[in-house]
Design a binder for this molecule. Structure first.
Ligand SMILES: N[C@@H](CCC[C@H](N)C(=O)O)C(=O)O
Length: 270
């Protein structure tokens, strides 16, 4: 099977073109592919399938030809992946599979519209973040209160007083399993000035990653919330670069670079 490798601010993905939905992509095979020593290595897998052939999203087939079947590095499925959507869009554009003037991608979290910026960056309309109450994450023995934000997938975005660069994120942070029964992506951030934050993330199903698009939007929402705002443009500095988040009244946008770096033939099997 052919594969490609790409990343968006170093949140990296293996792309598997499976247009007719013929691949048997088990959780075990995804985990093998994402293994950084025994596999190709990635934070997740993006399977490219025709929407009309994917029962879970087939209702979007009239609007979007392509379904981004996203899997985390441990093989689990997730509803949405912001950087994955941008890299998926880059793959479609590079291969003449989408209209550069604008198109939509089907995800388990719903349709996501894509816009290509003049500098080549890719912007995704991420939809309206849904803000729930506060909850607590435990990292390195410290409890941090954050905001529960639903971006199609669950997030707990915590502004912390300690410098995020000093955190040890080799371990799963603690969280309230009654609030997040299906797990949660945990962002820790330091606000900088009025419209910037430095963020690190521990992703559900993938561990610490160098960027998370849905997490960047959740962080912007939580940072804005601290100053009593719900709108504005935010620069979210992640380990792999900087993402731009625009919070509008009715939706949110995620913008940044997305690149394909390699392609080849997958030899792995379950
Ligand atoms: N890296 C992604 C988020 C991927 C899914 C997440 N780990 C989950 O399980 O919800 C992004 O860029 O949004």
């Amino acid at each position: 099977m052919r594969f490609l490798k790409g990343h968006g601010t170093e949140n990296d993905f293996v792309i598997l073109p499976d247009f007719d939905g013929e691949a048997d992509l088990s959780a075990a095979l995804v985990a093998k592919i994402c293994d950084r020593r025994a596999g190709i290595g990635a934070d997740g897998v993006l399977r490219v399938v025709r929407t009309k052939l994917s029962p879970e999203v087939a209702q979007h087939a009239g609007v979007s030809e392509w379904f981004m079947d996203y899997r985390n590095a441990d093989g689990s499925m997730a509803e949405m992946c912001g950087n994955g959507t941008r890299v998926f869009a880059r793959y479609l554009l590079d291969n003449g599979l989408a209209d550069p003037s604008g198109f939509a991608v089907a995800t388990r979290g719903g349709l996501r519209s894509i816009h290509v910026e003049a500098n080549g960056d890719i912007t995704v309309d991420m939809g309206k973040p849904v803000v729930h109450g506060e909850s607590v994450a435990t990292v390195n023995g410290h409890e941090y209160t954050g905001l529960h934000v639903d971006m199609g997938n669950p997030h707990l975005a915590c502004a912390i007083g300690d410098p995020v660069v000093q955190l040890d994120l080799h371990y799963q942070p603690g969280f309230d399993t009654t609030i997040f029964p299906a797990g949660v992506n945990i962002e820790l951030f330091n606000p900088v000035g009025t419209a910037r934050a430095v963020m690190r993330v521990y992703e559900r199903g993938s561990g610490e990653t160098r960027a998370c698009g849905t997490g960047a939007v959740a962080t912007a929402v939580a940072a804005a919330h601290l100053s009593g705002d719900t709108t504005g443009t935010w620069a979210i500095e992640v380990q792999g670069g900087t993402l731009t988040v625009i919070l509008d009244k009715d939706t949110s946008y995620l913008s940044g670079p997305a690149v394909i770096v390699a392609s080849g033939e997958l030899m792995l099997a379950e």
